[in-house]
Structure formats: structure tokens, C-alpha cells
Design a protein around this ligand. Structure first.
Ligand code: NI
Length: 159
């Protein structure tokens, strides 16, 4: 188990476009395991490879803490509905903001053996898939925030 350093907003690697994974190697398998370890350790629900400085199209997500999802080379095929809610990111610590997202997402990706899979998500999983796929294209949720970025404590006070 290895925890990798999570890059923070302002680090140029977060604005880079990640590259397709064309073959699975021991090094990439190790990266995937480290990404899960890092996400759980940091208390996040998702992590993209460029957040740990690696420009590969790999994301890990777990919205319940017991439902790990690995998406390699993810492509969003379908979205529908809408949800509006607070969102945060391990690369923007202590902050959150309101982002509008689809309430349903269907994504095609590769699994650990590079087989093609399709996954559907609603609510938080749909939100996480959109958020993480955008990371792979160099985008952060802060670009989409409505009403400005807030401190997490400020939001907790409102609730
Ligand atoms: Ni993020």
C-alpha cells in the first residue's frame, strides 16, 4: 500500500489532458492500487490519475466506501436529468461549491484487464463520474461552480 501525494489546484498537471491506456503493465496496476489507497486515506469519493501526477486516463471512484469503481479510458455515452448540489475535490482542500450535473450517467470504460465495460450511475455516482472524467481532460469543478467557491465550514454552518 502506498499513498501518493495529491496535487493541488495551481499545479499545472491538473490542467493537462491525460493519455489513453493502451496496455496494462505492472506499473499501471500499482498506480491503480495506489490511487484506491490514496482516495480512501484522504477520504475522497473519487480520484483521477493526474491528481497524483500521472497523465493516464484512469479514475477510481467509491461513493459508499464499499463499492470501488475503476474506469480506464472512460467515455460518457449518455446523460439525463439534473441534480444541483455541493461538490468538492481532493485537489481543492477545504473548499466546496454548487455544481449542476446530470442525475444519470452511462459510461463505457476498460477494466483492470482492459475489457470493455459499461456502468450506469445516478445521484452521487453520476456526479462523481462526471467530475472525474473532466479531470482527465484537465478541468476542475471550480470552473462550473455556481455562486462561488465556499469554505467547507461555511457550508456546514448553513446546514
Ligand atoms: Ni476532483
Amino acid at each position: 500500500m502506498a499513498i501518493r501525494n495529491v496535487r493541488e489546484m495551481g499545479d499545472p498537471v491538473l490542467n493537462k489532458i491525460c493519455k489513453e491506456v493502451k496496455e496494462m503493465t505492472p506499473r499501471t496496476l500499482e498506480l491503480i492500487d495506489d490511487m484506491f489507497d490514496t482516495m480512501y486515506e484522504e477520504g475522497g469519493v473519487g480520484l483521477a490519475a493526474n491528481q497524483v501526477g500521472i497523465l493516464k486516463r484512469i479514475v477510481v471512484i467509491d461513493v459508499t466506501g464499499e463499492d470501488p469503481v475503476l474506469l480506464i479510458n472512460p467515455v460518457i455515452l449518455e446523460t439525463s436529468g439534473e441534480q444541483v448540489g455541493n461538490e468538492g475535490c481532493l485537489s481543492v482542500p477545504g473548499k466546496a461549491g454548487v455544481v449542476r450535473r446530470p442525475n444519470y450517467v452511462k459510461v463505457r470504460a476498460n477494466d483492470r484487464e482492459l475489457n470493455t465495460i459499461e456502468i450506469e450511475g445516478t445521484e452521487l455516482l453520476a456526479r462523481a463520474i462526471c467530475h472525474e472524467v473532466e479531470h482527465l481532460d484537465g478541468h476542475l469543478y471550480v470552473e462550473k461552480v455556481e455562486g462561488g467557491l465556499k469554505d467547507v465550514e461555511e457550508i456546514e454552518d448553513e446546514e
